[in-house]
Design a binder for this molecule. Structure first.
Ligand code: ATP
Ligand code: MG
Length: 136
């Protein structure tokens, strides 16, 4: 399986709940290496352009407001099949539908405050990694 890089964001609810360490442990235990990381406060501009693909969706404004409501922890995960592996560890977008033992099933409150973001394809992963870590 090819070595890939993918972007992970621990969203404001995950930082607020103090589960950064627990989430990073899940990544590491699954064989994903954390090759870059930073804690940051997104502003409307940055969150809006990051989620620009959802601009026409009814939840876009709320999503941007939510993602700017507190600090986030952004990291780059590297390993075999990293994009899919991270998505499996995260679970479904709606925590009510997420498989038991996934990050969202265990920590998320709602479809909006769903604790983590992960790139959903290799192409998006490349773009998202470059968006947050242009020097990597
Ligand atoms: P992410 O992109 O954050 O990893 P995802 O790929 O599982 O999540 P997307 O469809 O890309 O889901 O939606 C992006 C984010 O927008 C979701 O994680 C969630 O926070 C929010 N979102 C998605 N659908 C809804 C909805 N119906 N109502 C409110 N918020 C939503
Ligand atoms: Mg997505």
């Amino acid at each position: 399986m090819a070595t890939e890089r993918t972007l992970s964001i621990i969203k404001p609810d995950g930082v607020q709940k103090q589960v950064i360490g627990k989430i990073l442990t899940r990544f590491e235990d699954a064989g994903l290496r954390i090759v870059a990381a930073k804690m940051m406060q997104l502003d409307k501009n940055l969150a809006g352009s990051f989620y620009a693909v959802h601009k026409e969706r009814p939840f876009y404004n709320d999503l941007v407001t939510y993602m700017t409501s507190g600090p986030v922890f952004v990291s780059v995960l590297e390993g075999a099949d990293a994009v899919n592996k991270n998505r499996e560890l995260m679970g479904a977008t709606n925590p009510k539908e997420a498989k038991p033992g996934t990050i969202r099933a265990d920590f998320a409150d709602s479809i909006e405050a769903n604790t983590v973001h992960g790139s959903d394809s290799l192409e998006n992963a490349r773009n998202e990694v470059a968006f947050f870590f242009p020097d990597l």
